[in-house]
Structure formats: structure tokens, C-alpha cells
Design a protein. Structure first.
Length: 403
């Protein structure tokens, strides 16, 4: 174990992003926070940002802030997320509703635009929200779901897609990073395979945005949705974002026709006429308060660069795998994530029959990973707020709890 500790401390000493660790609120009683892939930690500057908002933007400017800044915030913040984290040119990303609502909007818009194609392809182990929304839309539109049975550790492969897409495929819905194993899908190759068959593809970016450099435009992605409370640290319930490639603007029409997505919001027209571009994918009043916290995290990611964040993610997860090999594998723990850092996202999943009880012990001791049914612990390692020594202490706490 002494070699692992020396390695962790050396990695921290050489970490070019180490200075960012102090940017986050301290959590008294927490020895290791390994759940940043579910809920990112708040920034120290957030209380001042919130107070200034209440005192000035809302408290002083009052309703005038809608004209001065809030009306354009969904698209301006969307453009910023696109630039900093998504590889998306301006005018294609908007911050609006929850992940579920945006998945619904984009899935419905996509299948409605694919006349004559009656099948939605989705991985059977995809996150429940994605599956449930796809099931509902298939029922609404009289379509068929084609379930892919992918390898539970390696995730969906290009060959899995090539084997099922055809002239009847309207839409393929996949996660860029598997929420269970952390497997990283080949976005470019899979997107190309779907397009070869004439289908559209929607990528769920919830477990990759803010930790994986994502090149949506370069990969020719049609649609994408992602949340902002994980690696973007937007806080519980912060709104999601939607990406719609510019080539689909004016072609796809979203199904929830709210007044904020109208071409002339204040005309109070007798019939709905959608706004041009990405703005039509807004429906109701933008959740302005929910957009505040993520802005500070975007500052940090932009200062560090998403490429540097990804490199630290690889060393964090690499250390977790090495510590697993030395300390947990001898205890019968299984590695449920890809070994190759290039093939995984920002979390590592390990499995053991006793992990449901172990997780309770860890939480009581101030070590916070999360449990995933039936017997997995996810070590979610948010690079800007997590040190290598913290990762190691978490793995060793798992070992001790098993003992």
C-alpha cells in the first residue's frame, strides 16, 4: 500500500490542475467524495453569486432583467457549453428543461421528421429515463423499439449498430458514456453507421459533458441532450441542455409548443409560429436561478481546458484501477469498467455481493461513492474537485469495509 500512497502523492504533486481543488466548498465530515458523476460539488464563489443575483439582477433590476439579460440566457449559456465542452458552434445548443423533457422533445421531433421509418433503436441497458421516454414515444407514434444487447462492460460497439440499423430505422438513442460501467462509445464511427442507413442519432451526454472532450459538429451528430448537475456542477435540479445540429433547423419541429419558443414571444398570437433556429426548442419560462451555479464551473473548465480535464480523469481512474488490482481483487471484488483509460469515461465501477451494506458503512464513515443495483459501487471522479490521494483513500475504505 505504501507504493500506492507514494504514487498518489506524486500524481498530486505533478497535477497541473491541483490549484482548482480549493475552488470548492468544504464538506465537513467527508473524507472522500467519489460521487461527482452524480452530483458535482458547489463552488466557493456560489454564495456570493447567488447573493448578487438576489440583490441586483432580481432585487434591483426586477422584471427589467428579462429584457436586459434573462431572455437570451438559454441560448447564450447554451453557446458557452457548446464552445467549452461540446465542440459545437454557436446557435445549436440551448439550456432549457430537465433531461427527461428535452429527451422527449428531441426524440419526438426526430421520429416525426423520419416519415416512413417506424423503428427506434436503443440499448437495453441504457439509463431508465432514455428507455422510458423511447417506450412512450414508440407507443404514441405506433413505432417499434429495437433493443440492443451490448456487452455490459465494453458498452455499445459499432458492430452492434451496423447489425441492426436499416431502411426502417428512424432514430438511434445511445449514451456516450455508459452510466453503469463508464464505457465510452465511439461517437464518430457509430454516428457514421447510423447515417449510412439513413437514420438519425441522439446522444445522451449526461456522463460525458464536462469530463470528455466531445466533438459534436466534427462527428456530424444530429441531436444530443445532457444534464448540468454532474461534471458541470450546476446543483440539484439544474436544467439540461439540448443540441440540434444546424442542418436540422427548420426541419425538426419540437412537440411542446410553448410561448417562449414562438417567433414573436410578446405578439400573443392566435396560432403557434416557431422561432427560427435553436430557440424554438424552448417551451416555458427559462429556469434562470437554475442556470447560475454552472456558470462558475464553466469558468474553471474553460481556464483548465477540457483536454486537461480529460487527462486528469484518466490518471484518476487509472489509479483507481491499479488500487483495485492490488487491494480489492484479492477480496473477490470484480472490475465492471473497461481497463483501457481511452475506453472509459470519468467513473470506475466495481462489484461485490456485499456492496449494498458496504456502501452504508462507507457513507457513515464519510466516504461517499454511490451504489448501483444489483451489487456495484461507482467511483465517480470529478477531475477539478478530486485529488489522487482522495481516490486512493476511497478505495482503501472499500477494502477496510469488506474486511
Amino acid at each position: 500500500m505504501s507504493d500506492l500512497l507514494a504514487l498518489a502523492r506524486d500524481l498530486d504533486a505533478r497535477d497541473p490542475l491541483a490549484s482548482h481543488l480549493d475552488a470548492f466548498v468544504e464538506a465537513p465530515g467527508v473524507a472522500a467524495y467519489l460521487d461527482g458523476n452524480s452530483l458535482g460539488r458547489p463552488l466557493r464563489e456560489l454564495p456570493d453569486r447567488l447573493a448578487a443575483f438576489v440583490r441586483e439582477d432580481w432585487g434591483t433590476r426586477l422584471i427589467r432583467s428579462w429584457d436586459e439579460q434573462w431572455m437570451d440566457l438559454p441560448t447564450e449559456l447554451g453557446d458557452r457549453i457548446g464552445r467549452v465542452a461540446l465542440g459545437a458552434a454557436a446557435g445549436q445548443t440551448v439550456v432549457a428543461d430537465s433531461t427527461t423533457v428535452l429527451l422527449y422533445k428531441l426524440m419526438r421531433a426526430a421520429v416525426d421528421a423520419q416519415a416512413g421509418r417506424a423503428e427506434i433503436v436503443i440499448e437495453e441497458g441504457n439509463f431508465p429515463t432514455d428507455r422510458f421516454v423511447a417506450e412512450g414515444i414508440a407507443a404514441e407514434r405506433g413505432m417499434t423499439l429495437h433493443w440492443i444487447a451490448a456487452d455490459q462492460i465494453a458498452g455499445v460497439q459499432v458492430a452492434d449498430i451496423e447489425a441492426v440499423v436499416n431502411e426502417n430505422t428512424a432514430l438511434v438513442v445511445l449514451s456516450h458514456v455508459d452510466y453503469r460501467s463508464g464505457a465510452l462509445a465511439d461517437m464518430r464511427a457509430i454516428t457514421d453507421a447510423v447515417h449510412e442507413a439513413g437514420g438519425l442519432v441522439l446522444w445522451d451526454l449526461c456522463h460525458s459533458v464536462g469530463v470528455i472532450p466531445t466533438e459534436l459538429d466534427a462527428c456530424g451528430v444530429d441531436l444530443a441532450v445532457g444534464c448540468t448537475y454532474k461534471y458541470l456542477n450546476g446543483g440539484p435540479g439544474s436544467p439540461a441542455f439540448a443540441y440540434v445540429n444546424a442542418r436540422h433547423h427548420g426541419v425538426l419541429r419540437q412537440p411542446i409548443q410553448g410561448w417562449m419558443g414562438a417567433g414573436d414571444v410578446f405578439a400573443m398570437g392566435s396560432a403557434y409560429a416557431p422561432a427560427g433556429g435553436i430557440r424554438q426548442f424552448i417551451s416555458g419560462t427559462p429556469p434562470v436561478l437554475g442556470m447560475l451555479a454552472m456558470q462558475g464551473m464553466l469558468d474553471l473548465i474553460e481556464a483548465a481546458s477540457i483536454g486537461a480535464v480529460r487527462e486528469k480523469s484518466k490518471t484518476l481512474t487509472g489509479l483507481a484501477v491499479q488500487a483495485f488490482d492490488e487491494e480489492l481483487a484479492p477480496l473477490g471484488v470484480r472490475l465492471l469498467s473497461p481497463r483501457d483509460a481511452a475506453q472509459r469515461g470519468g467513473h470506475v465501477t466495481i462489484g461485490h455481493p456485499d456492496f449494498a451494506e458496504v456502501t452504508k458503512t462507507l457513507w457513515a464513515d464519510g466516504v461517499i461513492p454511490d451504489f448501483r443495483f444489483p451489487d456495484g459501487i461507482r467511483l465517480g471522479l470529478s477531475p477539478l474537485s478530486t485529488s489522487h490521494e482522495e481516490v486512493l483513500s476511497g478505495v482503501l475504505a472499500v477494502r477496510d469495509a469488506l474486511g
